[in-house]
Design a protein. Structure first.
Ligand code: ADE
Length: 253
């Protein structure tokens, strides 16, 4: 899968992209990440990428010309004067606190595309024409405001890449993840069986996989019930699950 990132701070990206699973995915050509400096698409002496807002007010606004030129050049979109808007089959995603809030199902949705572009906003805002006539989607990573879209872009790359075939060492690695199943994931234990007097639950040491699977499912349900009851409204539960949830509800009172 190809990721094209458009940013004014390209130096933010290498350290994360050169680490661990994402590094290996790149080395194995499972993903390719190109980071483009929007400033390279300016033509004035000072390489200006921002300007004061029309109408006054504080802060600076990202200018449209370098952002349009960077994206159109890299994605090979022709700015056809007979067409009102440039067209592209590649999702062009603006990272902004005004976007739809990112989650696992949006990560799944983007992982189906062979190529996506991520546009990192900076300054106080971006010229509205970028939002209206260039980007195809707007994504927020949560209801808080960062200084720019660079960390959100890395978050999308990470969440999407790990869903692609062969990126995780274990092919079933992403199946039981919290949120992938619509529930929070069950607890994990590894050696030693007892640490500072805290024991691994006996059932995990029995080797009885049917029982272990049921225990894990109930732990997932229990955690979700305690920490994220809102998720239980949306997930599909079987009869056994529903009985378990009812027993939790009757305990709570
Ligand atoms: N840029 C600034 N804040 C952001 C957020 N919460 N999500 C995505 N991009 C952002």
């Amino acid at each position: 899968m190809q990721f094209d990132v458009f940013t004014l701070l390209p130096e933010v990206f290498p350290s994360y992209l050169e680490t661990s699973i994402i590094k290996r995915a790149r080395e194995r050509d499972l993903i390719n990440v190109r980071v483009h400096n929007i400033r390279d698409y300016t033509h004035d002496k000072h390489h200006t990428t921002d300007d004061t807002p029309y109408g006054g007010g504080g802060g600076m606004v990202m200018k449209p010309e370098p952002v349009f030129e960077a994206i159109e050049t890299v994605l090979g979109i022709n700015p056809d004067p007979t067409q009102p808007e440039p067209t592209s089959n590649i999702p062009i995603i603006l990272l902004t606190p005004q976007g739809r809030v990112f989650n696992q199902s949006i990560a799944q949705e983007f992982s189906q595309h062979p190529h996506i572009a991520l546009v990192c906003g900076r300054y106080e805002g971006i010229d509205e024409r970028i939002r209206e006539h260039l980007v195809t989607d707007e994504i927020s990573i949560g209801d808080y405001v960062l200084t720019g879209g660079e960390l959100p872009a890395l978050i999308l790359i990470d969440a999407i890449a790990r869903l692609l075939p062969d990126v995780l060492g274990d092919p079933t690695g992403a199946q039981d993840d919290s949120h992938a199943t619509g529930l929070l994931e069950y607890p994990h234990y590894t050696r030693p069986p007892e640490f500072r007097g805290w024991k691994t639950p006996d059932i995990l040491l029995t080797g009885d996989h049917a029982k272990i699977d049921r225990w894990r499912r109930e732990q997932s349900l229990l955690r979700t019930f305690n920490k994220r009851p809102d998720m239980l409204e949306k997930v599909e539960l079987n009869k056994q699950d529903r009985k378990f949830i009812e027993s939790l509800k009757s305990k709570v009172g």
